[in-house]
Ligand binder design. Structure first.
Ligand SMILES: *Cc1c(COP(=O)(O)O)cnc(C)c1O
Length: 449
């Protein structure tokens, strides 16, 4: 057992290889068995506050940039590097909005629905929570050049952070299916963008091989330090609820980094005695990219104490390959059919007594318009949470009076194409298209309601 404050450990209990935090080769796969790695801590060597509310005191010292950061304000809970290596650009200044109008849409009681709006991050998505942590790790180990595969937001966030700490950045994107707001960011923030003839899953495979061959630093959510940063989204929800727990967390599922990080956050808080119970989690897939739903709900795949049934996964993936399947959804951020964090996510489902659902693109777009009209605009993947919550309310899995926090993962301007089409092409019941008017004052006045 490592005696370091922080170390990495393989999630496979039959391997459980331990590595120090300096290890970053081969895209963060266990060098012994190829499984995912976790960041782990020897908590007795860390001065963790005895109560969560202690972290709130850092609001009064926010002229210190680490106290200002919504990630590093909780730094004892992700204590893998010294302060001098920490990279921050003001991430995590996000809000938890109680929203009764959206609550009504999902048939919840007033005061029960909360939207955790991660679109307020510097690059406009929750990914910045992870990047600040991963880039701190990269700077600690002296990385010079970094790379990611992306459906868009990872690249936007990576590009922004890379240049603020002087790393070269290369982004792999699939052809065609990337939202314009996101692509524009990667280019504008100066990263080299390589568009591969293939989908996200193809990019993900290529980027891992490139990392191994060229020794580049990987910033996908295979990077366990990125997930450490994403844990803080849960801390901020608890903070905004005045250090109380919600009953449910609802999150979209793509590469399953967020859901994995949230499960880890809660199990650590419980282990540390900082919370007494763990909220339940609902993970929402898009119907056109529903690997998790299929594996968990239909093929009964479980974490099983780390001894997940690999054959179930292999058979399903072989089936995808045989069908030449490529995922399709307007929620491009979750258009992923081979999620790299699948096993960590199964562990999170186990820890949180979680559920998985899928929603159609129509449901996503309607929910997105409702969120836009009544609260904080978000991108399609984020709206999957509200669409999924509606299912869970109809089924009675979640009751009207429970407290639910939905994570709105990205900003509405990330994907203007989906929004404009929904409204202008009158695609759904909440479409709000522009009204055409002649250039005539009287005619215009008649139109104004
Ligand atoms: C990356 C992303 C997701 C998917 O998150 P995972 O951690 O990969 O499951 C969802 N929504 C948005 C806006 C994203 O950028």
């Amino acid at each position: 057992m490592s005696t370091n404050v922080a170390f990495q450990r393989c999630i496979n209990p039959d391997c459980a290889a331990e590595l120090d935090c300096g290890f970053a080769e081969g895209g963060f796969k266990c060098p012994k068995c190829g499984e995912l790695l976790d960041t782990q801590y020897n908590w007795d060597k860390i001065k963790v506050p005895r109560k969560l509310s202690e972290f709130g005191k850092r609001w009064s010292t926010r002229n210190n940039s680490l106290d200002f950061s919504g990630v590093w304000r909780f730094r004892e809970l992700l204590n893998f590097c010294e302060d001098k290596y920490k990279v921050t650009i003001g991430e995590g200044q996000t809000v938890l909005q109680q929203n009764d109008a959206v609550a009504k849409y999902v048939d919840m009681k007033p005061g029960c629905l909360f939207l955790q709006y991660e679109g307020l991050n510097p690059s406009g998505s929750f990914k910045d929570n992870g990047m600040t942590a991963a880039f701190s790790h990269a700077s600690m180990i002296g990385a010079k050049s970094c790379v990611c595969a992306s459906t868009g937001n990872t690249s936007a966030s990576m590009a922004l952070y890379a240049h603020s700490c002087g790393l070269k950045a290369t982004v792999f994107i699939g052809s065609g299916r990337i939202a314009f707001g996101k692509l524009s960011q990667a280019m504008d923030y100066g990263s080299q963008t390589i568009q591969i003839a293939g989908d996200f899953d193809d990019c993900m495979r290529q980027v891992q091989d490139v990392c191994t061959k060229l020794g580049l630093y990987l910033l996908n959510s295979l990077n366990p330090f990125r997930l450490e940063g994403q844990k803080t989204i849960m801390y901020r929800i608890i903070e905004a609820l005045n250090w109380e727990l919600p009953d449910w967390i609802v999150v979209p599922g793509g590469n399953l980094g967020n859901s994995s990080a949230f499960g880890k956050a809660f199990s650590e808080l419980k282990q540390l005695g900082l919370i007494k119970r763990i909220p339940r989690m609902a993970i929402i897939n898009a119907a056109g990219a529903d690997t998790l739903t299929e594996l968990v709900n239909n093929r009964k795949l479980t974490w099983n104490n780390g001894r997940t049934n690999q054959k179930t996964i292999d058979d399903f993936y072989a089936d995808l390959t045989a069908r030449n399947f490529s995922p399709h959804t307007c929620a491009s951020a979750i258009e992923i059919s081979r999620p790299v964090n699948l096993k960590k996510c199964l562990r999170a489902i186990d820890v949180t007594n979680g559920v998985v659902r899928k929603v159609t693109d129509e449901e996503i777009c309607d929910a997105k318009a409702v969120i836009g009209k009544h609260g904080l605009g978000c991108e399609p993947a984020s709206a999957a949470t509200i669409a999924g919550l509606r299912h869970l309310r109809t089924e009675g899995v979640i009751s009207a009076g429970e407290r639910v926090a939905c994570v709105l993962t990205g900003h509405v301007l990330k994907d203007p194409g989906v929004t404009v089409n929904y409204h202008k092409e009158k695609q759904g019941e909440f479409s709000n298209p522009p009204i055409e008017a002649p250039n005539d004052i009287n005619e215009i006045i008649k139109l104004i309601k």
